[in-house]
Design a binder for this molecule. Structure first.
Ligand code: HEM
Length: 386
């Protein structure tokens, strides 16, 4: 039997895929895995191939997550552009100050409560609450049942990876059903209390025939997922790394002009989404190897971000590297490149800055519990004390 060099279901791989990436990346530009997918692992190739029009998101089988085909994420041109442009104004640079104020308010309240306790869990008490609150604010809806909604979104995500089990899929089916009912309820409430939020924009598009009801359901559910999970991970991993690297923490506190680069390096060194997936419509040459028509390509963002062809000492944290933002793969690239990336960077900086202003000497006070799988790098518990 052929050995799988990217064993997605192996807990050791899920815990630390980087040594596996290194072996495969240095062996071949395209790895045809025995599991049937074709993985692209080098930085320059991922950057280029993600812009190739011979790849499709529409043609992917999302299985249990089929609803997401009706959001921009699951579409190809021209529907992709039609759906994406409806939310573009909400991620324009001009809106960021407003979202930063909302974020700061959530973070300050979390830190006030933590100050009374002498510590906090960065995941449960700070990052999830704040990012979820900002997403709800942008959508123009309340934050009722936030904990349940967050839990359901995590359950949906478990089915979106190659090694999902039957149990994961069963749980995800009911999580999707829960979210659809939740969003239907938000829409009904919004109809009674209109405004100028993102959800209002979607309802106006629906009323004028620019969007179907299913596209609204899909898009809002999708925003709940992407709008609070990966950005939470940035905050959590940032808080963890800054606690473990006193010099970087000092640089962050004393040199505000370095903060953006430190955030960028946190994103680079351990990408929240380890890969993005595409259907291959026609043969694509990648450095002499072929992504074959009819196959599935995985662009291994986590590997590209630590490719020694692109970065010296790639596993070393170094925020002084040149062109960090320009070379960043954590947000994908091309047509589907992350629409929320400016917001995510703002949220990361607001949260880490507030934490360090209030508690510059915070320490990790217990076991860090990770929730990694082959797709997502996440932390479940990060206890800190002041
Ligand atoms: C650190 C935080 C984040 C990371 C690492 C991240 C990562 C990604 C990646 C890798 C993709 C590409 C998916 C693909 O090509 O198939 C993506 C797409 C997307 N992200 Fe993010 N994301 C983050 C935060 C956010 C936030 C805060 C929002 C919105 C509030 C957001 C909204 C989106 C949207 C709408 C897409 C789909 C774009 C399209 O299909 O055209 N993301 N994100």
């Amino acid at each position: 039997m052929e050995i799988d060099l990217l064993p997605f279901g192996d807990p050791e791989y899920q815990n630390n895929p980087y040594p596996y990436y290194e072996v495969v990346r240095n062996m071949t530009p395209v790895y045809a895995s025995p599991s049937g997918v074709h993985a692209v692992l080098r930085h320059a190739d991922i950057f280029k191939v993600l812009r190739d029009k011979r790849l499709s998101s529409r043609q992917l089988d999302f299985g249990v997550a089929n609803l997401f085909h009706d959001s921009m994420f699951g579409q190809d041109p021209p529907d992709h552009a039609r759906l994406r442009k409806l939310s573009t104004p909400f991620f324009a640079p001009g809106r960021m100050d407003e979202w930063a104020v909302v974020m700061r308010d959530y973070v300050d309240r979390a830190l006030d409560a933590a100050a009374r306790e002498g510590g906090m869990d960065v995941c449960q008490d700070l990052s999830f609450t704040a990012t979820f609150g900002v997403m709800a604010h942008i959508l123009g809806v309340g934050t009722h049942e936030a904990a349940e909604c967050r839990q359901k979104v995590v359950e949906m995500g478990r089915a979106l990876r190659p090694s999902a089990t039957d149990e994961d899929i069963e749980i995800a089916v009911s999580a999707f059903a829960w979210c659809v009912a939740y969003v239907q309820d938000l829409i009904a409430t919004k109809r009674r209390n209109p405004g100028d939020s993102m959800l209002d924009a979607y309802l106006a598009a629906m009323d004028s025939g620019g969007m179907t009801e299913r596209e609204v359901m899909s898009t809002v559910t999708f925003f709940y997922a992407v709008g609070h999970l990966d950005n939470s991970f940035l905050i959590q991993n940032g808080a963890r790394l800054l606690a473990q690297m006193p010099e970087v923490r000092r640089a962050y506190i004393e040199h505000p002009e370095l903060r953006a680069a430190i955030i960028e390096e946190i994103l680079r060194i351990d990408a929240a989404e380890q890969f993005v997936t595409r259907a291959i419509l026609e043969d694509i040459d990648v450095d002499g190897e072929v992504l074959p028509a009819g196959g599935i390509a995985l662009m291994m963002l986590g590997s590209g971000n630590v490719d020694e062809r692109a970065y010296d000492n790639p596993m070393q944290f170094d925020h002084t590297r040149p062109n960090l933002a320009r070379m960043q793969l954590a947000f994908g690239a091309g047509l589907h490149g992350c629409q929320g990336q400016t917001l995510a960077r703002v949220q990361g900086e607001v949260a880490l800055t507030a934490l360090l202003e209030r508690f510059p000497n915070y320490r990790i006070s217990g076991e860090v519990e990770f929730a990694h799988n082959e797709f997502i790098r996440a932390i479940r518990h990060l206890p800190i004390e002041f």
